[in-house]
Design a protein around this ligand. Structure first.
Ligand code: CAA
Length: 279
């Protein structure tokens, strides 16, 4: 079974994934090309753990932190049981990373991608024949959101699916199993709603606040689609939308002009201080 995990990419998702594994007793190494980014990730993890400690959901913050090591060297722990990538949503970047990792990690290390919707099968093409690959799609904020979307492709063995379900249970998540198809179940539906909300804002149907309020108070969503886009990152949602539009060729996935403009201007949502809202 899985005990040791290497997480590649220490952005919001990678840091959150490292945190939940460490919280649940796994030994984690968080790897990134940027040492500075790793330092920031550890700070975010500490803040999140302290919030959870205040609610008595975590009892030993220092103990959890001690289970998270960091490194800028992908080859730091080649014998780990699980390698999960959470780097930027770019298929070529992910394929390159998997190709490198394939040459480093032991043959029995299970490979996983946290992609929001890129093809698991296409990533698997970068791997040696015998290597199992599975999609383990977590949700932001990872320590809070209860879902783990398990994505299977031809390169996913039944054993890998069983391991993923076991992991979900160990991490306190509920699993769903989805076949490898663009955007899986979650991003495909989530992007439709977000893009329509952006098009409504473009055509001045209502303000950002009122469009969000419509979904929060009228439909019981925890947060409106525009604010959620700010939290996820406008660049991330644009990348997901571009992939869905290219692969499914359906007009609802065509990224709205306003989204493209904001991303070009560097308005990426909460992380940049401006998106559909000011932060
Ligand atoms: N760590 C620990 N606790 C956290 C946290 C974190 N990173 N982020 C939020 N929380 C806690 C807060 O401390 C707070 O606790 P209390 O209620 O006890 O005070 C609680 O969560 C709620 O937080 P807030 O009061 O700050 O704000 P909120 O009520 O709006 O809730 C939220 C925040 C849980 C994120 C909620 O807005 C929500 O559920 N939003 C929807 C999130 C969502 O849809 N995520 C999926 C995004 S898509 C994705 O991730 C996939 C992808 O591939 C891009």
């Amino acid at each position: 079974m899985i005990q040791s995990v290497v997480v590649a990419g220490s952005g919001t998702m990678g840091a959150g994934i490292a945190q939940v594994f460490a919280q649940n007793g796994f030994d984690v190494c968080l790897v990134d090309v940027s040492a500075n980014q790793l330092t920031q990730a550890l700070q975010k993890i500490k803040i999140s753990l302290e919030k959870l400690e205040a609610k008595k959901l975590v009892s030993d913050v220092q103990g959890v932190l001690a289970r998270i090591k960091t490194s800028t060297d992908l080859a730091v722990r080649p014998l780990s049981d699980l390698f999960i990538e959470a780097v930027y949503e770019d298929l070529n970047l992910k394929k390159e990373l998997f190709k490198k990792a394939d040459a480093i990690f032991a043959p029995q290390t299970l490979f996983a991608s946290n992609t929001s919707g890129l093809s698991i099968g296409a990533m698997a093409s970068a791997l040696s024949h015998s290597r199992a690959l599975i999609g383990l799609h977590f949700f932001n904020p990872v320590p809070v959101m209860k879902l783990l979307e398990i994505v299977t492709s031809e390169k996913t063995t039944p054993k890998a699916v069983e391991t993923a379900k076991w992991l979900a249970q160990k991490l306190g998540k509920e699993a769903i199993v989805v076949q490898d198809s663009p955007g899986f179940a979650t991003s495909r539906l989530g992007i439709c709603l977000a893009f329509e909300a952006i098009r409504m804002l473009e055509s001045k149907v209502a303000s950002a606040e009122d469009i969000d309020k419509a979904m929060v108070l009228g439909y019981g969503h925890p947060i409106g689609p525009l604010k959620l886009t700010d939290l996820v990152g406008l660049d991330i949602r644009l990348a997901i939308g571009n992939n869905l539009h290219q692969t499914l060729k359906q007009s609802q996935f065509e990224p709205p002009a306003l989204l493209k403009t904001l991303v070009t201007e560097g308005a990426l949502g909460q992380k940049s201080g401006r998106g559909f809202y000011s932060w």
